[in-house]
Design a protein around this ligand. Structure first.
Ligand code: AHG
Ligand code: MN
Ligand code: MN
Length: 343
């Protein structure tokens, strides 16, 4: 597809007459429509009073903001309009049937990064599109079963990052006519990087291997990794992921020793799995520290997982640190000949 192609033409030519592909396309159209509405709502900022007000707690126990609930309502209404079969949302305890007989289900984080609502930092809507097959839950399957995935980012520009399993493409909302246009296709992430993203305030709670990795990044050129690293942490997964798509890097949110954080903070169904599919389609890797995210069995809707994703070699390097806390730098016999993951 040529740069500048509209999302409608892109999806209609991909779907053709295939019933499942048409259902996937409808789900993406729904997320685009919800995204345009949410870009406007987020863009109103404090003019819409109390968007950041805490109105309750979601199933994971996280504080639920008014805009989280509004985002959930907007996304679910759009999915229902477009005939999506079922939805599972960060903001709802249980999955919901929207269109009996619908061929696809959507898992969503309607507003990711909501702790940033009042600080004018990019936030977004993450989505995972799965097949509905028989009576079994379409959600309690490994992420490798996803048909499509991606996220909408409400930032200086409103983007849709989308993979249909044939690479990752990026669309930007043209505000002059309200249409999303293709601005980048088959995005690739370099295997090496010198930029990592982690919430370093949790250092004392991390396992030894992760502390060693970050120590060696901080040691820079004279340290075991023999290069100077830069660090970024936005605190909004879609913003950190967008940066990694744009200039490479690696993101780490491991499990840690805090109560309730043994398996980290992020949820596998509607955060880790969709991001992992997007990143793998760019030649990157996504693990829970050592295991490939897309191979992990999902047994609960709001199941948490550690998440390390981005530059393939760096994700492998981090896996070696975590698996062998006593190792430092590149001296591991494993690393020289092949990565931790059989390539
Ligand atoms: P959400 O707003 O949907 O709960 O997601 C927030 C997530 C993710 O966006 C971000 O990477 C992470 O929380 C930040 O966590 P900390 O605030 O613990 O750094
Ligand atoms: Mn989130
Ligand atoms: Mn959220």
């Amino acid at each position: 597809m040529a740069i500048g192609t509209g999302l409608t033409e892109y999806l209609e030519s991909w779907a053709g007459g295939d019933a499942v592909r048409k259902a996937v396309a409808e789900a993406v159209f729904a997320l685009a429509e919800a995204g345009i509405e949410l870009a406007g709502v987020c863009g109103q900022g404090a003019i819409n009073p109390d968007q950041g007000a805490i109105v309750g707690n979601n199933s994971g126990g996280d504080a639920q903001k008014a805009l989280d609930v509004r985002s959930h309502e907007i996304v679910v209404a759009a999915l229902r309009r477009r005939g999506v079969g079922m939805v599972a949302s960060e903001e709802a305890d249980e999955a919901e049937v929207l269109t009996p007989g619908g061929l696809v289900a959507v898992a969503t984080d309607p507003l990711d990064g909501s702790s940033n609502i009042d600080t004018n930092v990019s936030v977004g809507t993450i989505f995972s599109i799965l097949p509905v097959e028989g009576e079994a839950s379409p959600f309690l399957v490994p992420g490798s079963r996803q048909l499509a995935a991606g996220f909408v980012v409400y930032g200086p520009h409103t983007d849709i990052v989308l993979t249909l399993g044939e690479g990752t493409d990026i669309f930007t909302l043209d505000r002059s006519n309200g249409a999303f246009v293709l601005v980048a296709e088959k995005v690739s992430i370099a295997p090496e990087t010198a930029e990592y993203a982690v919430n370093a305030s949790n250092y004392r709670h991390w396992a030894a291997g992760l502390r060693n990795y970050v120590d060696d990044c901080l040691a820079g050129k004279d340290g075991p990794l023999e290069k100077n690293y830069n660090m970024r942490w936005v605190g909004s997964l879609v913003a950190d992921a967008s940066r990694i798509l744009s200039r490479g890097g690696v993101f780490l949110y491991p499990g840690d020793a805090r109560k309730g954080y043994t398996h980290g903070r992020l949820r596998i169904l509607y955060e880790a799995n969709p991001v992992a599919m997007v990143i793998e389609q760019c030649g990157g890797k996504a693990t829970d520290g050592t295991q490939r995210i897309l191979d992990i069995d999902v047994t609960e809707l709001h199941q948490r997982t550690g998440l390390v994703f981005g530059a393939a070699s760096e994700v492998e390097r981090i896996g070696l640190y975590i698996a062998n806390p006593e190792r430092r730098g590149e001296d591991s016999p494993l690393f020289g000949s092949r990565g931790l993951f059989m390539s």
